[in-house]
Design a binder for this molecule. Structure first.
Ligand SMILES: Cc1ncc(COP(=O)(O)O)c(C=O)c1O
Length: 410
């Protein structure tokens, strides 16, 4: 999101924060189309090989308006539920171009996605492989392999080693035989080491590891290295993920592998966060300012039901005053949920704030709205997209209390 402080107020992609709040209310998830398109383009040009594809991982943000932009920039998409699949097809994706990434999926859901036209499904157990191929006779499967070594910003998002994900590489021959017995074929291998790393080395190690495995299986024509590339949430402490360096190192490996094996499979990555995180912010309002037991608290209308990353992972999001400037002092920015762990940011330096002031929580484009819930009976926030024309457009209405009741029977 392009942010600028002009005339005593923060503007978001050219729109005044106070105007956005007045027009759409708060909390408000806001996205910048320009930033999103730039991110898509940096990934499209990551590797110059024709047989390299980027799948956007829709779990990071499944809003259809954003998926439409991502699709128009030429990124493919992956989905992990019928809901994400529907959102992607609504955005214009053809199901046959999507990758369905399964984890403990029911027979019914495999049937549903096969019916919807999905042809490429990534499975992460032999049981799931068999269910998928029964749902789609003669189909192709991608095996998610557990690389033993992972990476990520928190133990909860490291997806390798003693975790629920992936198939032990020793089971690949058995999986191939099983698929053949069901009239299908194992055509792909995938690995995803975890989420949010800024050092490309562990990922490149996993690339080498998967390429070495793929070398042993000539029928493999799809090799997917997963996602996980991070963004520097704390810009004062962290550097950006070195996209160009990673791209060059990846391309060199893929080229060397093709030269060595004489094979030309499709190579893929599946980033989510990197595509959308920095295009989004959450605009929120200060509801109370107080000192409790000698500690300063700034109470806002953004609880962990709408942005769970700080509570769930101890994650850092930069918080900016949108309608106040000047020297600051330390305060704890908290939400409006009935739990003491409901912190947005501890010990933040912010100008003297008053009730009604607006704040911006940065980098909430990924795993912000998509992880929001209705805990405490609150309707989830609205979302707006600030387009290339500089206009803000509502892309998701704020949920009403009545909508929260609509599935209840009483
Ligand atoms: C299989 C798979 N691929 C891709 C991703 C996207 O990860 P990230 O948003 O960190 O790039 C995830 C995230 O959990 C995942 O589970």
């Amino acid at each position: 999101m392009r942010l600028a402080f002009t005339s005593g107020e923060l503007s978001l992609a050219g729109m005044r924060a106070s105007a956005l709040a007045a027009d759409f209310g708060t909390p408000l998830y806001c996205y910048d189309e320009q930033t999103l398109r730039q991110r898509c383009r940096s990934l499209k040009s990551l590797v110059s090989l024709e047989n390299f594809q980027v799948y956007y991982s829709a779990k990071a943000n499944g809003s259809v308006a954003l998926l439409k932009i991502i699709q128009s920039e030429g990124l493919l998409a992956d989905a992990m539920s019928p809901g994400e699949l529907l959102a992607a097809t609504e955005a214009g994706y053809d199901p046959k171009d999507l990758l369905f990434v399964s984890n403990n999926v029911s027979t019914e859901i495999f049937g549903e996605i096969a019916q919807a036209g999905v042809v490429k499904c990534c499975v992460d157990s032999l049981g799931q492989l068999s269910r998928w191929l029964k749902a789609r006779p003669g189909g192709r499967a991608v095996l998610r392999i557990n690389p033993a070594q992972g990476a990520g910003h928190h133990q909860k998002v490291v997806t390798a080693g003693k975790v629920k994900f992936g198939i032990d590489p020793a089971l690949i021959p058995e999986a191939i035989t099983q698929a053949q017995a069901l009239g299908g074929e194992v055509k792909g291998l995938m690995v995803h080491i975890g989420s949010l790393f800024l050092d490309p080395e562990p990922w490149l190690k996993a690339v080498d590891w998967l390429l070495a495995i793929a070398e042993q299986y000539p029928q493999i024509d799809y090799i997917d290295f997963g996602g996980g590339m991070g963004i520097p949430y704390d810009r004062s402490q962290e550097a950006e993920f070195p996209v160009a360096v990673f791209g060059q190192a990846l391309e060199a490996r893929l080229t060397a592998w093709m030269d060595k094996t004489g094979r030309r499979p499709t190579f893929a990555i599946e980033p989510g966060r990197f595509v959308v995180a920095e295009s989004g912010v959450c605009l929120i309002q200060v509801q109370s300012v107080k000192i409790n037991q000698g500690t300063s608290f700034t109470g806002t209308n953004l609880g962990f039901n709408f942005l769970i990353r700080p509570e769930m992972y101890g994650a850092y999001h930069e918080i900016l005053a949108a309608t106040k400037a000047g020297e600051g002092s330390s305060t704890n920015v908290v939400g409006n949920i009935c739990e003491s762990g409901d912190y947005l940011g501890k010990d933040r330096n912010l100008p003297a704030l008053e009730e009604g002031d607006l704040l911006v929580v940065r980098d909430t484009g990924a795993y912000g709205f998509s992880m929001a819930s209705n805990y405490t009976g609150m309707g989830r926030p609205a979302e707006v997209l600030i387009g290339l024309d500089g206009q803000a457009r509502l892309i998701r209405r704020r949920e009403s209390p009545e909508q929260l009741l609509q599935n209840q029977i009483y």
